[in-house]
Design a protein around this ligand. Structure first.
Ligand code: NAD
Ligand code: WQD
Length: 339
């Protein structure tokens, strides 16, 4: 069985990837400092699959710990998810974001070099694309011109990894640009668990549904879209996780740097999401229209044609199952992993 190192593997996306890796016959080894997660997610992966990943609590900037992990476990491929990800917070605390996200990546590359591990998959983001691109975004769309430090860390890490691969031609680097991950595992045992007031749409909606928040504020209804609200490419986290299994097969069998969008290619508005949530769960969702949120793009959606063709991967879930599965998780865990 091949071991895959998941940095940040206790988090929302990482825990779902761990399940899909086990389902596909891989064994996940996780390093996470639990800055934005709980070790309970790792236990729950064990509950779902019958296999509990190996867990190291620690920071990816701790190169000695990484060296130890690479000695203790024969790692075939690294999926690097560890990072801070709150856009607004990154504007307030740029140094924390540059330090955490960049230095974790640099320490990881150094340690991989020492250990002779050459396969790297990075959790990048649609946020690396320039806001002036026409839609849909393809991997050739213009990048850069990011509007916040979080986005810049993703952009810079893509550059760092491309440089490392150029200097080490036997490395294989796969950059996965995620669009808007939502949803949860069908069991309702793992899901998104934001701390404090959620920034993102779906966790805010599910907290309105539990009664924790009074109503959803829809940021702007005067955008030039069909109903005046912004358009995004929401992708079920299960589809996203399955994309990583395909990306491992690709990464293990190629050298070079390759970029893939992971999205559905379908744009939905905020009001589409509200309607789908109400319909899928038979819940009334109170909302009001609020002013636009600074920095929001009118539309952001992918063409996933490259991943469809080269990885043989396609998102299969619908907006309804994204809504039903998000609610199934939140309903069963109104306080996330906390009791
Ligand atoms: P998450 O916060 O749930 O997971 C990230 C994990 O990394 C957390 O468990 C956190 O504790 C850990 N971590 C952070 N810094 C660390 C460090 N220095 N050392 C060890 N562990 C550390 O977030 P997520 O939504 O699961 O996102 C995973 C990755 O995907 C992130 O890199 C994120 O930027 C990227 N991404 C997420 C989205 C999204 O909307 N959720 C979109 C695009 C890209
Ligand atoms: C979606 C839509 C909001 C909350 C962010 C990051 C991006 C990426 C994914 C990691 C927008 C609207 C939201 C609310 C609302 N992360 N909304 N009321 O902004 O597309 O992307 O997360 O890489 O980098 O910027 O996602 O979920 O925050 O918002 O009306 O309470 O929902 O205005 O139109 P976004 P989101």
């Amino acid at each position: 069985m091949q071991n895959i190192l998941l940095t940040g593997g206790a988090g929302y996306i990482g825990s779902h990837i761990a399940v899909e890796l086990i389902n596909a016959g891989y064994f996940p080894v996780i390093i996470d400092n639990l800055a934005n997660s709980s070790e309970k997610s790792v236990e729950r992966v064990g509950k779902i699959t019958g296999v509990t990943p190996k867990f190291y609590r620690g920071d990816c900037r701790d190169e000695k710990l990484l060296d130890k992990i690479f000695v203790e476990a024969q790692i075939s491929c690294v999926i690097h998810l560890a990072g801070l990800k709150a856009v607004g917070e990154s504007v307030e605390k740029p140094l924390e974001y540059y330090d955490n996200n960049l230095n974790a990546t640099i320490a990881l590359c150094r340690s991989m070099k020492k250990a002779g591990v050459k396969n790297f998959i990075f959790s990048s983001s649609a946020t690396v694309y320039n806001s002036k691109n026409p839609m849909p975004l393809s991997e050739d769309s213009v990048t850069g011109g990011c509007t916040n430090p979080y986005g810049w860390t993703k952009y810079m890490i893509e550059q760092i990894l491309s440089g490392v691969q150029k200097a080490n031609p036997d490395w294989s680097v796969t950059l996965l640009r995620y669009f808007n991950p939502v949803g949860a595992h069908k069991s309702g045992l793992i899901g998104e668990n934001p701390r404090g007031i959620p920034n993102n749409l779906m966790p805010f909606i599910t907290q309105v549904a539990t009664g924790k928040r009074e109503k959803l504020n829809i940021f702007g209804n005067d955008y030039p879209t069909k109903d005046g609200t912004c358009i995004r490419d929401y992708i079920h986290v299960l589809d996203l996780a399955k994309g990583h299994v395909k990306a491992i097969e690709y990464t293990l069998n190629h050298n070079g740097v390759e970029v893939f969008n992971l999205g559905t290619g379908q744009g939905y508005s905020v009001l589409d999401m509200v309607e789908a949530f109400q319909k899928a769960n038979n819940i009334k969702l109170p909302y009001t229209f609020a002013p636009r949120r600074a920095g929001d793009l009118t539309e952001c959606y992918s063409t996933p044609a490259k991943a469809n063709k080269i990885l043989g991967w396609k998102a299969e879930e619908t907006l309804e199952t994204m809504c039903a599965d998000s609610w199934n998780w939140q309903r069963q865990n109104p306080n996330g992993y906390e009791e």
